[in-house]
Design a protein around this ligand. Structure first.
Ligand code: PMP
Length: 422
């Protein structure tokens, strides 16, 4: 290290402060506290449990066979032999990796084919895909907005949107969940002090399984000259009679939305994110979004598996109907058992809200022992007092598995003897 005089003289004394003490890094204390609380209560960590095979309606975790409600395999396409065959064929043809940014030499025909299919899905002019859903929100929002701009988003918006907003440097305002009138009030008060405005909502909220009123939000965005962005991570393949997402569910024109965003990792059984919208927007992102320009193109087998999953989604709408029927059944049985399921629309995601994090962690552990795999969502991901178990339904679940799981959950809550899921 150079001294101030620019020579390799005596190293300078370390500056005051935390320096190389890793214990002071952000989040370290919270992580230690969470581990200590788990150990004191005798609850094993519910995180990082390896699934031994394909995580579908059932999944083997360790040596335990479980009914699985913790994966986003909504239509059961992750594991479909046609999807696997498409991925394998793409590997044979293009290799596993795109090996470069698409701008440089990473472009393969499968990229354009997938993007054309996704654009058509939304009736949009064009689409761009990136290597992860999270990275898509961060880089696209970070690129499109700047410090003079305004970003309004639902209070329950996904972390990737708030990270993108932070990166952009724009003024960021969170409004009450699904409250388009609150969004309108904020826009009325703040809009003229800012250059551009972006209003961001989700198509289907993953913590609560509820939906926004798309037509109302679109009206608000239009009235206040804001771009409207909808994150369809949990909406594509889940909402609407044929799984087209929020617009179909609401009977609204998809053209009301300026920026359709989604991930390839859930219904589409792949990995990656996408933006669909007007051609000039997509063209701009293709040349400027750092997470696209300076990152590798989507791996060919992942592009191929998403494209095949999208084809099956459109060709086999019975899968969507089955998912929605399963979710409706779960919602009804959970309510009948006396659980608080919040505002779930019963279309794919049903929360069982338990209150304290300890209660939620205990119930998840007991359910797991009995062969039901469900992820607890604890403080600080949700405020203390609204900890929950989140049930992600799949077209692969049978009504019998859903009935059995609700019975196990109720027995665990009541301290009754638990029968193992069969
Ligand atoms: N948006 C929402 C609403 C999500 O739920 C998620 C993932 N849980 C993402 C974006 C990020 O997508 P991915 O996991 O594909 O990176």
């Amino acid at each position: 290290r150079l001294s101030r005089r620019g020579t390799h003289a005596e190293p300078e004394a370390p500056a005051e402060g935390p320096g190389r003490d890793l214990g002071t890094l952000p989040g370290m204390r919270d992580l230690e506290a969470m581990r200590a609380a788990g150990a004191a209560l005798g609850i094993e960590s519910p995180y990082f449990r390896p699934h031994e095979g394909i995580a579908g309606g059932r999944s083997t975790i360790g040596n335990r066979s479980t009914i699985n409600f913790a994966s986003y395999n909504y239509l059961g396409l992750n594991g479909d032999p046609r999807v696997a065959a498409a991925a394998k064929a793409a590997i044979d043809r293009y290799g596993v990796s795109a090996s470069a940014s698409r701008l440089a030499s990473g472009e393969r025909p499968i990229h354009a084919a997938l993007e054309a299919a996704l654009a058509a899905h939304y009736g949009a002019e064009a689409c761009i895909t990136l290597v992860s859903g999270h990275a898509t929100n961060v880089t696209v929002i970070g690129q499109l907005l700047g410090p003079r701009d305004l970003i309004l988003h639902d209070r329950l918006i996904h972390n990737s949107v708030s990270e993108g907003a932070r990166l952009s440097g724009a003024r960021r305002i969170a409004f009450a969940h699904n409250d388009w009138q609150a969004a309108e009030r904020e826009l009325a008060a703040q809009r003229r002090r800012h250059g551009r405005a972006l209003l961001v909502i989700e198509g289907h909220y993953s913590m609560d399984g509820d939906l926004p009123d798309l037509a109302r939000f679109a009206e608000v965005a239009r009235r206040h000259d804001a771009l409207l962005m909808v994150d369809e991570a949990h909406a594509i393949g889940v909402l609407g009679a044929t799984g087209r997402g929020l617009a179909e569910q609401c009977g609204a024109d998809p053209g009301l939305v300026d920026i359709w965003m989604g991930t390839l990792s859930k219904t589409l059984s792949s990995c990656g994110g996408y933006i669909a919208g007007r051609r000039e927007l997509i063209d701009l992102l293709r040349h400027t979004a750092p997470g696209f320009v300076y990152s590798v193109g989507l791996a060919p087998p992942l592009a191929a598996s998403a494209l095949e999953s999208l084809r099956i989604l459109h060709a086999e709408p019975w899968r969507v109907a089955r998912l929605q029927a399963n979710a409706a059944l779960f919602l009804r049985l959970a309510r009948e058992a006396g659980f608080d399921t919040g505002h779930s629309a019963g279309l794919g995601i049903v929360p069982v809200i338990l209150g304290s994090s300890v209660r939620a962690a205990r119930l998840a552990a007991a359910a797991f022992e009995a062969g039901v795999n469900v992820q607890p969502i604890l403080f600080p991901v949700v405020p203390e007092g609204s900890a929950r178990l989140r049930f992600f339904l799949s077209a692969e679940h049978s009504p019998a598995e859903i009935g059995q799981s609700c019975a196990i959950l109720a027995a665990a809550r009541d301290g009754a003897a638990l029968l193992r899921a069969s």
